[in-house]
Design a protein around this ligand. Structure first.
Ligand code: BGC
Length: 462
């Protein structure tokens, strides 16, 4: 889409929509729901689990809204059989979840926690018994605290630690898990966790962020190489947070500012994998990453993934700002632009996913794209045993419409996972933003399928 000069016209809806049916996506399209270990499992200190950086961060006062934490979360660790049965009753064929590193290796490396292995074996087996395919993410932000104490992602030793962890997972679960994702959104866990300090481990500044970026990018490829060498038949991917970026106005300054934001949000972790290197021409302040590059790293950053997972929630509109250090760019919030937004203050902009799919389809060596997360948080309420969430139904339908539109125009997309199956611990925001298509009463742990869950079920049943 071409950018426009005023906020009102930026949000023009597109009316050329093909009819939204599952059949229209074709038989080879993968449908599912997504979750992450720390956000749902609970059982934070039982059955031999070691502490993760999120256990430690959320225990620090004032780090998470209302001092919420994931100690119990959705109690998925104990309730997974019922939850998987609920998932099956909703005709959901694929379940994306992550493994908790410190449940498997309490110290991050070394001693294996057999109770952790047993738990994931039971979970995976139960998925398969119910005809649900497990899609496993190795790392969704919950680094073992013991490794953070040794420098975490800012320490280059992460590569060896991560390889050991990946090898353990491949050995333990690879006979049954055929779809793997190495990292979840490296931009977010390095940016929010090591630069802004608003996520675990709460570190700030370039000294932590820049090496963390480089080591995460190296681990992305190193983890994939381990999985593929041990499981040659498996499909190995990794996931990226992506937002369609536009300049607020068609001025040279706004256009250049938008280019910088796009490089940071959408290209920094992907392009080195594809052999294009870090996008340093558009992101001059990241040139300090060269300090952490060792001979041979450029090769080590590359990997031919079987698929790339893109995760999209919103669009960013960017304005040049002289005063903003390094980026010289500001994001113009949806509220200022008078456009619809979710409870996260993220703009609802379905066309964004359409543009992203075309953008990523243009890279030569991405064989396949899956949307491994898309969804929205609204203030859902349980009333008379029901949860009506028409805004989420509308959100999902309109985003899917744009996915279909892109696919019919030749974009290389072949899967879609709703974030999220159940309401869960939304990181620094605590439990208030509800992303689930299944409502969780966090007092009673009662589950209630929302209207959006019923809609997805019907859609999947064709
Ligand atoms: C993350 C999820 C998170 C969701 C909504 C993604 O960035 O992978 O863990 O809950 O967005 O914020």
């Amino acid at each position: 889409m071409s950018a426009t000069s005023d906020a009102a016209s930026i949000n023009q809806p597109d009316n050329t929509n093909p009819p939204l049916t599952k059949t229209a996506f074709g038989n080879d399209f993968t449908w599912g729901v997504a979750t992450a270990a720390y956000q749902i499992e609970g059982a934070h200190d039982v059955a031999g689990k070691g502490a993760s950086i999120w256990d430690v961060f959320s225990a620090r006062k004032g780090k998470v809204k209302q001092n919420h934490n994931g100690n119990l979360a959705c109690d998925f660790f104990n309730r997974y059989p019922d939850d998987l049965e609920l998932m099956q009753s909703m005709s959901i064929p694929n379940f994306r979840f992550s493994l908790s590193w410190s449940r498997l290796l309490p110290e991050g490396v070394g001693q294996v926690n057999q109770a952790g292995i047993d738990y994931y074996n039971r979970l995976i087996d139960h998925c398969l018994e119910l005809g649900i395919k497990p899609w496993v993410t190795l790392y969704h932000w919950d680094l073992p605290h013991a490794l953070e104490q040794k420098g975490g992602w800012a320490n280059r030793d992460m590569i060896g630690w991560f390889q050991e962890y990946a090898a353990l997972c491949a050995k333990a679960f690879g006979d049954r898990v055929k779809h793997w994702m190495v990292l979840n959104e490296p931009m977010v866990f390095t940016g929010a966790g090591y630069f802004l300090g608003v996520h675990a481990p709460g570190r700030r500044g370039f000294g932590s962020f820049v090496p963390a970026v480089h080591h995460a990018t190296l681990c992305q490829a190193a983890g994939a190489r381990v999985l593929k060498s041990m499981l040659p038949e498996a499909e190995v991917g990794t996931t990226f947070s992506c937002s369609h970026v536009e300049p607020l106005q068609q001025t040279e300054k706004d256009i250049k500012a938008a280019k910088r934001v796009d490089a940071l949000l959408n290209r920094l972790f992907l392009e080195p994998v594809l052999g294009l290197g870090y996008p340093l021409d558009d992101l001059k302040f990241m040139r300090r990453i060269e300090k952490y590059m060792k001979p041979g790293d450029e090769e080590l950053l590359k990997y031919d993934f079987d698929f790339i997972g893109i995760q999209n929630y919103t669009r960013e509109v960017v304005k040049y700002s002289f005063w903003t250090p390094f980026m010289q760019a500001n994001l113009v919030p949806p509220k200022k632009r008078g456009v619809p937004q979710t409870l996260m203050n993220w703009e609802v902009y379905p066309e964004g996913i359409y543009h992203l799919l075309h953008k990523y389809s243009q890279y030569k060596n991405i064989p396949k794209i899956l949307i491994t997360e898309n969804g929205a948080a609204f203030a859902d309420e349980l009333k008379d045993g029901q949860v009506h969430d028409p805004l989420r139904v509308d959100f999902l339908q309109r985003y899917l419409q744009q996915v279909l539109r892109a696919r019919q125009e030749g974009a290389n997309v072949s899967g879609y996972f709703v974030w999220s199956f159940v309401d869960n611990f939304e990181w620094a925001e605590g439990y208030d933003p509800r992303f689930g298509i299944v409502h969780v009463d966090f007092e009673t742990q009662q589950r209630t399928i929302k209207s959006s869950g019923y809609w997805y079920k019907q859609f999947l049943e064709g």
